[in-house]
Ligand binder design. Structure first.
Ligand code: GRF
Length: 204
């Protein structure tokens, strides 16, 4: 069983997609052992609770400095003893120590076709605003391993989504989520859990 920790900051629709995929068998050999949020009011925490998944909130505001916040975050992740850490809308720059410790064991979903519209400042609706401003006809989503840069780690999977005439950033965001994010993240997790994508995990 692949032990997954999911880090969230917001609505948690990607978390929900993973929960649903485990429930209906599109992801096998995996379980979510912890949901970790940096926001106490993240709706993702409610989703965890409703699904009987342990959750923990590590709020920057509860810590005097970045170091102690980072330590608490690392403790929360380590405490879950995860084989895989999934960033699903996690709006925190990870501690470099965590990235080193969990090399090739942290994956992220980004709502564009990397290397377009990614890197510092490209998050949430801003990604879709930039895509529309540039006038691209195709955008999409990318699942990638996390390294020390922003959206620079090795790409695992991408899925393209058409841009339609008259799209607003909100409409495009929804289409990218429905057609790409909620599809490829569960697919990748299933392949990791079943050894088709190698993250150097011992088979248990
Ligand atoms: C998604 O668009 C994801 O690609 C981005 O943040 C958003 C999170 O949405 N990194 P949700 O919290 O999973 O609903």
């Amino acid at each position: 069983m692949l032990r997954i920790a999911v880090c969230v900051s917001g609505g948690g629709t990607n978390l929900q997609a993973i929960i649903d995929a485990i429930r209906d068998g599109r992801i096998t050999n995996a379980e979510i052992v912890s949901v970790i949020s940096n926001k106490p009011d993240a709706y993702a925490l409610k989703r965890a609770e409703e699904n009987g998944i342990k959750s923990v909130c590590v709020n920057r505001k509860d810590y005097p400095d970045k170091e102690s916040f980072y330590k608490a975050l690392m403790d929360a992740v380590d405490g879950a003893i995860p084989d895989l850490v999934v960033l699903a809308g996690f709006m925190v720059v990870l501690p470099p120590e965590m990235i080193r410790k969990y090399q090739r064991k942290i994956i992220n979903i980004h709502p564009s076709l990397i290397p377009s519209f990614c890197g510092d400042g490209f998050y949430g609706l801003k990604v879709h605003e930039a895509a529309l401003a540039r006038g691209v006809k195709v955008t999409g989503a990318t699942v990638h391993f996390v390294d020390e840069g922003t959206d620079t780690g090795p790409i695992i999977r991408q899925k393209a989504v058409d841009v339609h005439e008259g799209d607003t950033p909100e409409i495009l965001q929804k289409r990218v989520m429905e057609q790409a994010e909620w599809v490829i993240m569960p697919e990748v997790i299933d392949e990791i859990a079943n050894g088709e994508i190698n993250i150097g995990m011992e088979r248990k």
